[in-house]
Design a protein around this ligand. Structure first.
Ligand SMILES: Cc1ncc(C[n+]2csc(CCOP(=O)(O)OP(=O)(O)O)c2C)c(N)n1
Ligand SMILES: [Mg+2]
Length: 343
């Protein structure tokens, strides 16, 4: 679909394999991502979130649509980055544990040792991001190679930003994935900026997808604000990877509607750009599609939102009431044997 459409562009026609129930589930994940982040902003402003808060506003469709194309029964796995909260939710991370984690509370997944989405659960198929940009690609190559040696059908998605796609780790990882024909899908979220640097100031190619040619892998450029288009492109890449056809580089063209993090007022981003992209908001577009196609009535969408808000109210209250970790707990789980003793 054209990436140049202004106004509220339509989303791609629904792929036939998605049922109405699945399409509403996708809606729930998009809405949950947005509402959970809004709650996190409130908590951040009350200084209850520890560390930075990195929003995915405007990019939710890229994270949700891609992770939705994975197959949990085959133990598929993702390596998310800071703007992939939606992908974490699709993989089964709960808002409650995410709130605890952002607030560094006692019962958070890392018991206050790390923040944001920096935690892993191999059962549910996500591994914690290394902050060094690009490095999750070589790591995921290792996961994919190990899976293949064990004859497991796992496919891995690695997410990274436009900035990360300019690193050495990206180049090494892409090359290794390509030459080994690993079952890896690389999703480059081209959101226009890396911190305050516009994409045009940190790479000479106009289309990130063109980098795929240099590595000898298939590339696809997709409207990252169209959740069904992202889902379809990822599904094609996942099917190819599972069939032994090797990696795909997907460039999801989207926009970072907030600063790098909540502390950044993004005054370096031209207003006109923000306005143009606001008109392509992925959630509004998908809502429109569901209504136009008769998949849901406005009351149905409102009911989904209401249930999310009710659950979030409970989760936020739980996370706020949870104590900070005991300082002495920092001594636990340092060695694998501690974890074994704790069961
Ligand atoms: C190797 C490396 N260099 C610099 C940084 C500091 N840093 C963290 S996020 C960021 C910008 C990332 O931009 P991009 O990859 O486009 O992702 P986005 O934040 O736009 O989603 C930078 C420079 C880092 N974490 N790792
Ligand atoms: Mg970026």
């Amino acid at each position: 679909m054209s990436l140049e459409v202004l106004g509220l562009p339509p989303v791609a026609a629904a792929p036939p394999q998605l049922s109405a129930q699945q399409r509403l589930e996708i809606y729930r994940y998009l809405k949950l991502t947005r509402l959970l982040e809004e709650r996190l902003v409130n908590l951040y402003r009350q200084t209850k979130v520890v560390g930075g808060l990195y929003r995915s506003l405007g990019q939710e469709a890229t994270a949700v649509g891609s992770a939705y194309a994975l197959d949990k029964s085959k133990n598929d796995m993702i390596a998310p980055l800071i703007r992939d909260l939606g992908a974490m939710l699709v993989m089964g991370a709960t808002p409650r544990e995410l709130l605890l984690q952002y607030m560094a509370k006692r019962d958070s997944p890392t018991r206050g040792r790390d923040l944001q989405i920096h935690y892993a659960d191999l059962q549910r198929g996500f591994i914690g991001p290394i902050s060094h940009l690009g490095d999750m690609l070589p790591v995921m190559c290792g996961v994919a190679l190990a899976s293949r040696l064990r004859r497991e059908p796992r496919v891995c998605i690695v997410y990274m930003g436009d900035g990360a796609s300019s690193t050495g780790a990206f180049a090494e990882g892409m090359n290794f994935a390509a030459v080994q024909r690993l079952p890896v899908v690389v999703i480059v979220e081209n959101n226009g900026y890396a911190y305050s640097t516009p994409t045009s100031r940190q790479m000479a190619v106009e289309r990130i997808v063109d980098k795929a040619v240099g590595f000898g892998v298939r590339g696809e450029r997709v409207d990252g604000n169209d959740v069904l288009a992202v889902y379809e492109a990822t599904l094609r890449a996942v099917e190819q990877a599972r069939a032994g056809g090797g990696p795909t580089l997907i460039e999801a063209v989207t926009f970072r509607m907030k600063g790098h993090a909540e502390h950044d007022d993004q005054k370096y981003v031209p207003k006109a750009l923000l306005e143009a992209w606001a008109a392509k908001d992925p959630l509004a577009r998908y809502e429109r599609a569901l209504l136009d196609e008769g998949i849901a009535a406005q009351e149905d969408l409102d009911a989904i939102a209401r249930r999310i808000v009710e659950q979030l109210n409970e989760d936020v209250a739980f996370a706020e009431a949870n104590p900070m970790p005991e300082p002495s707990s920092a001594l636990l789980d340092v060695y694998a044997s501690d974890a074994a003793e704790r069961g």
